[in-house]
Each structure stands twice: as structure tokens, then as C-alpha cells.
Design a binder for this molecule. Structure first.
Ligand code: NIG
Length: 387
């Protein structure tokens, strides 16, 4: 198989402290060799032979971003809700029903092409792995359909039939939970790796959420939870209790929540662009990191609370407003996301990892925050192929 070397890298972020300096395992003046879709060696600049050579010209190279929380399969637009929020309105879970109506109306081809356009945008922004949730179908057939379409783009698919109670079940939410944990799960499971629930006032309470997650576990799915987004609540502790890979949002955390996360393998996934777009306060990331929990950052790309595909923007928010260091935030958007997906083959530039690399039009990763809003991703290589 032909080999390629990315040579003359000014700052290489490996995410392996054994290979270089600090949390990010930074190697200066480096080269990365890959063969097919796998990395085979990290060398010093100018020292590696390969069939093809890409000259990084002293730029920064880091692992492709891992976006561990998105809702990318949807139709319709909710810009008017965003405009109302910027004028003082609150974010409400009920907006999900608006997108559900538009998504049900869209054909398979329309949904495919909308999803593909969003993923092209995110690849240009350096994202090489994307988790995609359902949750805008909310019937047996529509949840299976949207997951099937998501599965055409990623192996990281998540069944989120318990996103909100649809209008036709509004006065009998427990019947909807029975549907989600029964026929809907049966139809969705063949297309899903994960199950998720929106555990929040206005969506699903602790008992309903536990029933959904336990049914998913019994069907062989891994577990993730939308937790503590709009107010303090039981989501984080439930996530830890059922052994979820990730508790996502974590905007409102009590001391007990932080302690529970720190004593568990559940990743605390922050979604700062959602806090930005819904005018929520930003969570205190320092408290979580200092307690010893593993953290991730994801875009949460969706039409209601966070319509962005920019991990760089999320990293900048996490540094500016959540007081993470730049190194912590870059780790959270790469290896943190990988851990939230329980993956060890992505989010790092190490021998045997997937050849997912991003080259910045900048000498260091600091520029991701120092130059906010500037599209600094010069090249994205996914599984050894430039995208
Ligand atoms: O993660 N909070 C629940 N789900 C999404 C928002 C969905 C929507 O408003 O359409 C989120 O923020």
C-alpha cells in the first residue's frame, strides 16, 4: 500500500504525552507517515521516506476533531426562534416538534442531501468523526428512517426517540415511553450504536429516562444522556448510574454531579455553542476538570439550540467563557470526543491510529482561539484521504 508523509510540521499535536510535551504530547519539527487509512510512524522533520510527500511548511497539524454530539439529519429552519431568543425569549424543548414536522415531510433524498451538505461543511472545519442522533422522527418508521440515513454517513449513530413527547402523545407520555422502549427501539436498534434520552423538565423525567436507557442497554446499545441542560436535574447522576459513555450539556452541575462524574468513566461533554445560542450561562469547566472528570467538547449541530459545525468556535468559547486552557479545550475536541465515543483509534496522532489529520493555516493550535471566527483549517485528511 502506498505511504504518505506529512513533513515539515512546525507543531504536531499527538495527544500522547508519552510522545511529546505536555497534555497534548506536542512534538516540534515533526513528520507523520501513514499507509492507507492508518498512521505508521511519527518522525522528525526531513527524516521519513514515503511514496508521497505533503509539505506542511512549518504549520500546525493536529488530530481531526471528533464531534461526539450532533443532530444532523433534519429538514427545516428555526432562525425565527433564534432571533426571538436574542430578543429575550427562552429556549424551549417544544421547538423540537417544529423540526420533527419538517423532517417527516422531507424525502429520503432531501434528508440525504441536507446531511451531506452539513458534513461537507464540518469536514472543511476539520471534523473527521461525527456522531449523529435521530430524534426528529418520533414515530417507529421515521426514527428508523432517519437513523438509516445517518448510518449512510457515520458508524456513530444514536437512537434518540426520547427527544421530546410528540404532540399526539402529549396527554399520555408514559404510552410514548412504552412505544420508545418497545416497537420503536426494535425498529431503530439495527441502525444504531447508541441510545440517548433528553432528561429534562418538558422532555423526560428521571424514571422515564431510566426506562429508555435500560431498554437500550438490554438491546445491546451503548448509552449517552442529554443531562442538566436547562436547569439542575437528575440527568448527570442517572448517566453515571447506568454507566453512560457520556453526559452531554452539563450546563447546571451541583457538587454531587461533579463528584459523580469524577468518580466514573462517564465523560462530561460540554456543548458551549448551545449555551451561546440559547443564552444559558456557561458551565464551570475548571471545577469539573480539577475534580478529575474527563471532558469533551462537541458542536451539537442542530437547528434549534446550536446551528454550527465549527469545533474551533466551540473551543474558543470553552477557553474564553468556560476558563479551559487552550490545551485542555483542544484535547476535549479531539481525544475527549473520542473517549466520549469509547474509541481509541481516533482523536490522536499515534502509530496505528486512523490517519485523521488537520493542518492549520497557522504555526500553533493557539491560533484557534487567538483568531476566533477565522477559518484556519487548511487541509483535512480523513482515513488517509484528503477531503
Ligand atoms: O442537544 N436538547 C435537546 N436536543 C438538542 C436541541 C434540539 C432542538 O432544539 O431541536 C440539544 O440542544
Amino acid at each position: 500500500m502506498p505511504t504518505t508523509v506529512v513533513d515539515n510540521i512546525g507543531t504536531l499535536i499527538t495527544n500522547d504525552p508519552g510522545l511529546g510535551e505536555g497534555l497534548l504530547g506536542i512534538v516540534s519539527d515533526a513528520a507523520v507517515v501513514f499507509e492507507g487509512d492508518r498512521i505508521v510512524a511519527i518522525e522528525s522533520a526531513g527524516n521519513a521516506d514515503a511514496d508521497e510527500r505533503i509539505d506542511a511548511g512549518g504549520r500546525c497539524v493536529l488530530p481531526g476533531f471528533v464531534d461526539s454530539h450532533t443532530h444532523m439529519v433534519f429538514a427545516g429552519d428555526r432562525a425565527s426562534e433564534f432571533v426571538a431568543r436574542m430578543a429575550g425569549a427562552d429556549y424551549e424543548a417544544g421547538g423540537i416538534r417544529v423540526t420533527t414536522a419538517a423532517t417527516r415531510e422531507a424525502s429520503d433524498d432531501e434528508l440525504r442531501s441536507l446531511t451531506s451538505a452539513r458534513l461537507t461543511e464540518s469536514a472543511r472545519a476539520g471534523i473527521t468523526t461525527t456522531e449523529i442522533k435521530s430524534g426528529y422522527g418520533l414515530t417507529v418508521d421515521e426514527e428508523a428512517r432517519t437513523l438509516r440515513i445517518a448510518g449512510e454517513f457515520t458508524e456513530e449513530t444514536t437512537f434518540l426517540g426520547a427527544h421530546v413527547v410528540p404532540a399526539d402523545y402529549a396527554d399520555r407520555p408514559d404510552d410514548y415511553v412504552k412505544l420508545v422502549t418497545g416497537d420503536m427501539l426494535g425498529a431503530a436498534a439495527p441502525y444504531a450504536r447508541w441510545i440517548d434520552v433528553f432528561c429534562e423538565e418538558g422532555a423526560f423525567d428521571a424514571d422515564q429516562s431510566r426506562a429508555v436507557l435500560e431498554a437500550g442497554l438490554a438491546a445491546g446499545l451503548g448509552v449517552r444522556v442529554h443531562a442538566n441542560q436547562l436547569r439542575p436535574g437528575p440527568g448527570v447522576q442517572l448517566a453515571v448510574d447506568v454507566g453512560a459513555a457520556s453526559a452531554d450539556h452539563c450546563t447546571y452541575l451541583t457538587g454531587a454531579d461533579v463528584e459523580a462524574l469524577a468518580g466514573s468513566s462517564t465523560v462530561c461533554t460540554f456543548l458551549p455553542a448551545a449555551d451561546f445560542s440559547t443564552r444559558q450561562p456557561y458551565p464551570d469547566a475548571r471545577r469539573v476538570i480539577e475534580a478529575g472528570a474527563t471532558v469533551a467538547i462537541a458542536t451539537n449541530c442542530n437547528p434549534g439550540s446550536s446551528y454550527t459545525t465549527s469545533m474551533s468556535f466551540c473551543i474558543a468559547l470553552a477557553v474564553r467563557d468556560m476558563h479551559m486552557t487552550i490545551d485542555e479545550a483542544v484535547a476535549a475536541g479531539t481525544i475527549g470526543g473520542a473517549t466520549a465515543l469509547r474509541r481509541t483509534d481516533i482523536g490522536r496522532i499515534t502509530p496505528e491510529a486512523k490517519a485523521d489529520l488537520v493542518m492549520l493555516e497557522a504555526p500553533s493550535h493557539h491560533h484557534l482561539v487567538y483568531r476566533p471566527g477565522v477559518p484556519l483549517v487548511a487541509r483535512t485528511i480523513r482515513a488517509g484521504i484528503e477531503v
